[in-house]
Design a protein. Sequence first.
Length: 368
Amino acid sequence: MTLSPLDDYPIHQAPEVMRHVATSDRNFYDRYYFNVHPCSDDLMLIIGMGQYPNLGVTDAYALLRRGPLHRVVRASRELGLDRMDTTVGPFRVEVLEGLRRLRVTLDDNEHGLAFDLTWEGSIPAQLEPPHYVRWQERVMFDSRRLAQTGRWSGHLTVDGERIEVTPDRWWGSRDRSWGIRPVGEPEPPGIQVRNAGTFYWLYTPIQFADHSVLAIIQEDEKGRRVLEEAVRVWPQEGRDPEYLGRPEYHPVYAEGTRDVVDATIAFGPPGGKPFEIRATPILPVHMMLGTGYGLEPDWKHGMYQGPEPKVQGIAYDARNPDDAARMWGMIDAVARYEYVDGGGPTAETTGYGLYEYWALGPHPSFPD
């Protein structure tokens, strides 16, 4: 057992050194996620960095969608002793002011994408409900997450073109999650082969000019709620989030697909007036292509890539039929959100944010 610099801080939660977590589950993870967009369909940048202490790996990715271009830069290395070291090849995440300001960088590299971006939260970071899912005998999810909307400053470079990023129009959301979820090399499926694998999911951190709405819906193959959240959050410190009741989700799919064209999310705050928000995805980004979320057998989050650090770049073009055929699974889209009939709490009725969804497997909304 070896000490690391983090052991000098009074933050231990178990009789272990800090680089060892309290559970021996191989799937323990600790991860950052960020998205960046100019409140339009021009582009979306998604950035992630994770540590997998029981697998001894840390990795990172950046995914840019711009027009038909889908570009990924990704990196992996052995985690080592110091979990405060958040560099992974050319990537780095720095906490400048906890729960408020962070800096995310991707140094110049041969893959045509680089950035130096600083995040500032628009609202206080929110702790979401616990996420717990057991499939047959295996705990698949047992995690916590904080979420926050905010704005960006800095710049990004795409194929030599420098794009200035200013907080007046570059918005986004971030989360920090930790706990247990499937990571690393595939496990023997065992009895899990009998599981239908339904993942019916909606995640919408929505930012308006003067407040945000955070909503989550997950249902199982029977339509039962596994996880839900709906709150309206104001930027003022000390002002409690407004609980918005049970959110109801009404998506409209493109004919013959599970691709969402638009959707309505209905809220019923206890003691308050019910209202609806209409969502219109304007730029879909296929999260599972190249980033480690599950499609490529040779690159998954937490997968050991060897003793030497590895950096890769991958590019796809949605106009290419072979590339387009790879684009399925979880969608992280830039979306425009509008209070229906102007039913918001202020004069600001149009916002922007993440529209993340997946409709995998059997569900009552798909009777076939």
